[in-house]
Design a protein around this ligand. Structure first.
Ligand code: 5RP
Length: 224
């Protein structure tokens, strides 16, 4: 079984949570793309989708799925399905490998149920193996880097990367993630930071983990 098979299996398992005829939020990344393929194979299952990025919107449209403008979507959404870069045992996440964490966090927070789909390489005992992506106003990047250094971290600017919002991404490493909720608040409070990739305050409700042995379901506080 390949990594892609595991991603596909977790994406397929997420179909169980999709309310027929609903408008749902859809995430960004390779695992979310497998979920879009699953939706495409079931025309009419959903009425429409709200995309977490322009890449996701393009993939949804190519799959024949109606895409709603996030500025005019019917909130709250019943469901948001997305991947992650890291998942800890409390279902807190690091996201933003694709630089889409701002819209992803809005949609996850706007959803009654957040189902996260990953392969088992994403599971960690403690967040922090992956860098924490920070979407920043481009002109504030040097200031934000200095503030992250004051918190004990270091940053690398993502080369030639511009977010859908026209911003830059700094990948922060070396931060103390023993209190992910506290660090999320602290990073998001730095002026010039649009959104950080820690999803601790709005963590996943359900994580579907694709593995060689099959799909394992981890559920947190708000299971269906
Ligand atoms: C994009 C994300 C993705 O969900 C995350 O990077 C995981 O991607 P993949 O499914 O390709 O491993 O947060 O901003």
């Amino acid at each position: 079984m390949t990594l892609d098979d595991m991603k596909r299996a977790s994406a397929n398992a997420a179909l169980e949570y999709v309310p027929t005829g609903a408008t749902i939020g859809v995430g960004t990344g390779s695992t979310a793309e497998f979920f879009i393929e699953e939706l495409a194979a079931r025309p009419g299952l959903i009425a429409a989708a709200v995309a977490s990025s322009e890449a996701c919107a393009a993939a949804l449209r190519a799959a024949g799925i109606r895409v709603l403008d996030p500025a005019a979507a019917p909130y709250p959404l019943p469901l948001y399905v997305d991947g992650a870069d890291e998942v800890d045992p409390e279902l807190r996440l690091i996201k933003g490998g694709g630089g889409a964490q701002t819209r992803e966090k809005v949609l996850a927070t706007a959803a009654e149920l957040f189902v996260c789909i990953v392969d088992d390489t994403k599971l960690v005992e403690r967040l922090g193996r992956a860098p924490v992506p920070l979407e920043v106003m481009p002109w504030a990047a040097a200031f934000v880097a200095e503030r992250v250094a004051a918190l004990g971290g270091r940053t690398a600017a993502r080369p030639r990367f511009v977010t859908d919002n026209g911003n830059a991404v700094l990948d922060a490493m070396g931060l103390d993630l023993s209190d992910p909720e506290g660090l999320e608040v602290e990073l998001d409070a730095i002026p010039g930071v649009v959104e950080c990739g820690i999803f601790a305050r709005r963590r996943a409700d359900v994580v579907l983990v694709g593995a060689v042995a099959g799909v394992r379901r981890l559920s947190g506080r708000r299971t269906p």
